[in-house]
Design a protein around this ligand. Structure first.
Ligand code: DC
Length: 229
């Protein structure tokens, strides 16, 4: 049976990672959260004095880039993000990192390094990867490309609920603001902007439940795995 590459791009907080994880588990594929990689680099800058008061020391980061090792560990269905061999899965989800990550993700040198790592994960197929440029830049030849979107209000509600559930006290407006500014930066940056990749299937899930969405994408994947498309 052929092991395909599935890319899931789209706006922030559209549930890309949830569906990507479920899909990978169902198909026995690996799941790669490319956003976690940009978040990890951002955490590195914060922890190493390369981002102070929202100002990024770009030269310092570029110099440190070879020292930054990012990996994933898949264990009992849990996907851990490792920054220089340390589990940073929780730390990279904070609002502080969300607010700073766009500065790091716009640097072409950082993107080039992340893209190399991402391609190495997909070298043998059998991968589901989510992000912003996976279908357009990382794997333009992927067998199945999905682009997910939803209204900003719906996305902010979902993200706000997640943050509250994890014990982070933030206002709905702060979440909505952060999400809209990330949308703008992601879509307008000159390197690898967020676009609908050529050949991608667009899913607006503002009013779709996650069960129906999962079944729909699984069917699309099976059609390609079994050569029906
Ligand atoms: O998917 P996420 O929200 O965890 O991603 C965090 C940030 O990283 C997001 O604001 C945009 C950036 N990103 C990117 O530029 N390219 C990717 N392939 C994935 C994420």
């Amino acid at each position: 049976m052929r092991r395909i590459i599935i890319t899931i791009d789209g706006h922030s907080s559209t549930g890309k990672s949830t569906v990507a994880k479920q899909l990978a588990a169902e198909l026995g594929y690996i799941y790669v959260d490319s956003g976690a990689m940009y978040r990890s680099v951002t955490l590195y800058t914060k922890e190493n004095g390369l981002m102070v008061d929202h100002v990024l020391d770009k030269d310092g980061l570029l110099q440190a880039l070879p020292e930054i090792k990012i990996n994933f560990q898949w264990e009992n269905g849990v996907n851990k993000t490792l920054l220089n061999h340390r589990d940073v899965s929780e730390l990279i989800r904070s609002m502080e990192i969300s607010e700073a990550v766009s500065k790091v993700a716009t640097l072409p040198e950082v993107r080039a390094k992340m893209v190399d790592i991402q391609r190495s994960f997909g070298a043998k197929g059998g991968v589901v990867m989510d992000g912003r440029d996976i279908g357009s830049v990382v794997f333009p030849m992927a067998e199945l490309k999905i682009f997910m979107t939803a209204s900003a209000q719906v996305r902010a509600q979902r993200r706000h609920a997640e943050l509250l559930a994890s014990g982070q006290q933030v206002s709905f407006d702060a979440v909505l603001d952060n999400l809209q500014s990330r949308d703008t930066v992601d879509s307008q940056r000159s390197v690898s902007p967020l676009i609908v990749p050529e050949g991608a299937i667009v899913i607006d899930n503002s009013e779709m439940n996650s069960h129906d969405q999962f079944n729909m994408i699984l069917q699309l994947a099976k059609d390609r795995i079994y050569g029906r498309v």
